[in-house]
Design a protein around this ligand. Structure first.
Ligand SMILES: [Zn+2]
Length: 345
């Protein structure tokens, strides 16, 4: 799309290599850490505060991430300490090494819900899925072979890839401002991908730190988990996008948690809203007969889901079904196999 037409553009075509940084705005460095998943990286940023750096998001706690951070600290960040670490939301790829930075003297800034979630989940180590988790999977209609395999295995544990979080943090709050990298930023909370997800809007230039709330080219996962089985993250997400719309400008340089920095945020917000409305409409049509979450992948994702994506697909299917149910567009009943079966209302 030509300049000025409000399209989505990527001013930086290539991401930084491991251990390298790209200065994407005055005093703001973009770096990447690897993730051992289909989405194989997370973006992190360092903002120059004069006498030190503020780091935004951290990557998984792993030997590999620490080694890359060490080369960043000795390379592009050389000479100045990390005095603050800001975590946009509680997911492991963002909060993973926050405790590691705190142990080296950094102050931790997070939204309260994110801090509580991260602290709770790191302390909640399980050797086998809890009974509540098994029930959650049954209610979702998880495929029998997948359920049997998961029952017998150590589940994913937050503490496996998140460094211990010490007591004590500074709260990021909706409507507050914060000084970072020589700028004053408005703090605006999003929701849906993670509860109380922090975003930062510079008052001094057109830069936005978006975390996973403001991503280009991929849709943030909206999942329901056993911690809150009746959550409606799709509704929360759409409301958040609508609240961001009056703030968004086409020239904002959005620095997100994954993929490339981009401009064209107003269009991107509309796309994010429309994509979920489209998915909800396809799903609603698919509920012409009763179906459980595990039977709804095709209308939602429009492609087959492999084993590596199964877990994320299932929690996202539950999310969209919960939204239809809670907005009166679907009814549900408990099937003999323990699954919620949803039908269009
Ligand atoms: Zn996330």
């Amino acid at each position: 799309m030509p300049d000025g037409a409000g399209g989505i553009r990527y001013p930086f075509a290539d991401p930084p290599a491991a251990g390298q940084a790209i200065e994407v705005a005055d005093g703001i460095l973009w770096m990447r850490l690897p993730l051992p998943m289909a989405l194989d990286h997370v973006n992190v940023y360092a903002l120059d505060d004069g006498d030190g750096w503020t780091v935004v998001d951290t990557g998984f706690a792993s030997a590999r991430s620490k080694a890359i951070w060490q080369s960043l600290l000795h390379g592009p960040l050389a000479g100045k300490p990390v005095t603050r670490v800001i975590v946009t939301h509680h997911h492991p790829d963002h909060v993973g090494l926050a405790g590691w930075f705190v142990a080296q003297g950094a102050a931790l800034h997070m939204p309260r819900t994110g801090w509580l979630m991260a602290r709770m989940l790191t302390l909640d180590a399980q050797d086998r899925p809890t009974p509540e988790t098994i029930t959650f999977y049954e209610r979702a209609g998880m495929a029998a072979d997948e359920l049997a395999r998961r029952k017998a295995e150590r589940p994913f544990n937050f503490a496996d890839c998140v460094a211990p979080l010490p007591l004590g943090y500074a709260r990021l709050r909706e409507g507050d401002t914060i000084r970072l990298g020589g700028r004053t930023w408005d703090i605006r909370m999003g929701d849906g991908h993670a509860p109380e997800h922090a975003t930062f809007w510079s008052r001094d230039d057109a830069v936005v730190l978006g975390g996973d709330q403001l991503l280009p080219s991929i849709s943030a996962n909206l999942g329901v988990y056993p911690t809150e089985p009746d959550a409606d993250p799709v509704g929360d997400w759409i409301v958040s996008c609508e609240r961001f719309q009056p703030l968004a400008r086409p020239d904002h340089l959005v620095l997100g948690g994954h993929k490339l920095p981009f401009t064209g945020l107003p269009l991107r917000l509309s796309q994010m809203i429309d994509n979920h409305h489209g998915a909800l409409d396809r799903l609603s049509a698919h509920l012409d007969q009763p179906r459980a979450a595990g039977e709804c992948f095709m209308p939602l994702f429009k492609r087959p889901i492999g084993p590596a994506e199964y877990g994320l697909a299932l929690v996202e299917a539950v999310a969209h079904l919960n939204h239809l149910h809670q907005t009166g567009r679907a009814i549900r009943h408990l099937r003999d196999d323990g699954a919620w079966a949803f039908s269009a209302a």
